[in-house]
Design a protein around this ligand. Sequence first.
Ligand code: 2M8
Length: 439
Amino acid sequence: MILRDAVRVLVANWDGGYTVPSRRLYPHQWSWDSAFTAIGNARWSPRRARTELLSLFGAQWEDGRVPHIVFNPRVPDGAYFPGPEFWQVRAPSGSATSGIVQPPVHALAAWKAHLVEPDPAFLRRIYPRLVAQQAFLRAARRSPEGLISIVHPWESGMDNSPAWDLPLSAVRPGQAGFVRRDLNDVSADERPTDRDYERYVALARAYRDSGYRDPGAFHVEDPLFNAAYGAAECALARIADVCGLDPEPHEREAAAMTAALVENLYDDGLFHPRDLRTGCLVRSNSAAGLTPLMLPELPREIVNALVGTALDRFALKDGVLPSFSPAAPEFDPARYWRGPSWINLTWLVWQGLKERRPDLAGPLADGVISAVTQSGFREYFDPFTMRGHGCRDFSWSAALVLDMVAEHGLDGLPAAGREVGEEAGGLGESDDVSDHVLA
Ligand code: 2M8
């Protein structure tokens, strides 16, 4: 039932070449959402997964950046703010896009799609695009210590995390002069405050006005973003291998990122962001600090310390992962990225636990499954009551449940890999899958 419902959400949110995160709240294509959605779609329609990724990379910029939103010209102006009229930029393909990026989880998604249904031709097609995405980050955002920076909280994907409160306090909110659309669909106490929104808009405007080049008042190294970059290099090494190319440069790059993270962002059982304006670590309690667990070469003692932190400060033993430590004063179980449990973040940490700590990974998958069984495919969940918050029928919640069930099983039934999706995909692969042509 759960699996069929998940596929139904993904079918309803499919736009012919990609999946919207949510029909009403997010009616365009989002970068990391497409990667997570592809991971789940691969379980019942690998073709859809490949199309989704190729469609996103179709809007890649010449400098290699993959914009965080690709706008659908058929969606009415004003359906989402800030829309194309705010960003004022187009990809070489002609698509209107934003000019900022999101965590590079796409190489991992491409590799996972290939594992479900091997397709070397797809890998050969997307590999240069994925390499260019990483190259942009190195060229435009890499510090001498080897870490990649972000210039907007939206680039972290965890937009409203309390980890950004301090760096954001240096940003002067601009003049309002805009109308928020998000509050049409979701209650104000589950979304960022107006004050935060004014800062987001001021930052995006300043970056736009610099020609999408200069970091402005927010300039931060984020553990999740950097862990995703490192995991992307690991995936690229495997992809290169299948393509008959040398995996070694990617392996070296992944190892260098792991070392840079440990050297610069690790302290006291958790990875922390670093504010490049002050040079100081922002010692917050964000679950982003656990995501370097994704990196296979993370030293064992750090893995053990992170697991200890996850158990003590994040209540992981209860089978859920809050996005922010419940023990911290800023924790809010219902407000967007300030404490609720998110399925994508849980999935990233689960990647790092599956082999090292199956005793913890199993209950985490069960926790996710019971949250959606109780509350549906909501955007986020109260980590204690599992009550759903944010929008409904949210794509990555549905997609990643398909992936977790395929690997972990359901209700005591063993993992079934591809068959999970085939059974759930009884709804049939729609004919409405266009084979997107890369620009
Ligand atoms: C949220 O972010 C957008 C801005 O990009 C928003 O609040 O309008 C975040 O949760 C982000 O991680 C996600 O990619 C996006 C679409 O699901 O929504």
